[in-house]
Design a protein. Structure first.
Length: 277
């Protein structure tokens, strides 16, 4: 597992270096900024969340600025993001943070309204570079597919130390999230463009299933029938059946389809040949 984990991490970080998305907060390690970002980006695409983040951080550069504002103003600025309860919890949290510094809260960020394990880990990683893996939906999907595990959460708990060995957690977590959004997407993943495809369990399984579907399929049988006729010329149906090692009913269906496509011809003596006309 150590070798596979190391390969996974190295390839991923190399990809990230050349393909990372540029956002205004990417190199920011301010706790308040990261907190705002995490709340705003919940169930929201990062490209869209980034626009709202810029608006909020400009208006409220520090917790006290939001704490002395009003819920009405927060909701007006939040309009269009949905899930207004998040805006309310963010406003309530700003008051708590304004009274106590973030460092004073560390490491118990979950005392803030609406902050769960994921948001806490994101803050710990992006702000303090703590050795934690953010269990973002993109991260779970990549882990599940690449390592072929049904429970990525347990896998992360067990092997996070290997994943983070000699690695900045901030960089690895951002790489995972970008990779999940760009390459290892929930639908129509770009497997052929994936630098991890050769060692990805999910890709291997998909390829194997694809090959299994071909072997013994009508498509394979059609191809083999044409190859035999091209090599041996006109054949009796019974001889062809023996050559293909298939049942008569299946062969009859294949021949009818090939006749329909104009590829073969069958005479009254049950002799079949390539249609040269």
């Amino acid at each position: 597992m150590e070798v596979k984990t190391k390969n996974f991490k190295n390839v991923l970080l190399k990809w990230y270096k050349n393909n990372k998305r540029e956002y205004s907060w990417r190199n920011d390690s301010d706790p308040w900024s990261i907190y705002l970002l995490e709340v705003i980006s919940q169930q929201t695409q990062l490209s869209r969340a980034d626009k709202y983040y810029k608006k909020f951080i400009k208006e409220f550069p520090a917790p006290k600025d939001m704490a002395t504002s009003s819920l009405k103003k927060i909701l007006e600025m939040w309009s269009g993001l949905g899930y207004n309860s998040r805006a309310k919890r963010m406003f309530e949290s700003s008051k708590i943070i304004a009274e106590k510094s973030f460092d004073g809260l560390y490491p118990d960020f979950q005392q803030l309204p609406g902050v769960g394990p994921y948001t806490e880990n994101a803050i710990l990683s992006f702000v303090y570079n703590e050795k934690v893996i953010t269990e973002d939906i993109n991260v779970k999907r990549i882990i599940s597919r690449y390592f072929g595990v049904k429970n990525p959460k347990k896998f992360i708990e067990r092997f996070s130390s290997l994943l983070l060995k000699n690695t900045e957690s901030r960089k690895l977590n951002q790489a995972l999230m970008d990779f999940g959004s760009i390459i290892c997407r929930p639908r129509n993943p770009l497997c052929l463009n994936c630098p991890l495809e050769n060692s990805c369990k999910k890709y291997f399984d998909l390829e194997t299933k694809s090959q299994e579907k071909f072997f013994g399929s009508n498509r394979e049988l059609r191809g083999n029938l044409i190859k035999i006729l091209l090599k041996k010329g006109r054949l009796n149906i019974n001889t062809l059946q023996q050559e293909l090692n298939t049942d008569q009913e299946k062969l009859d269906k294949i021949i009818k389809n090939l006749q329909k496509d104009g590829l073969v011809k069958l005479n009254k003596n049950n002799l079949i040949d390539i249609n040269s006309s």
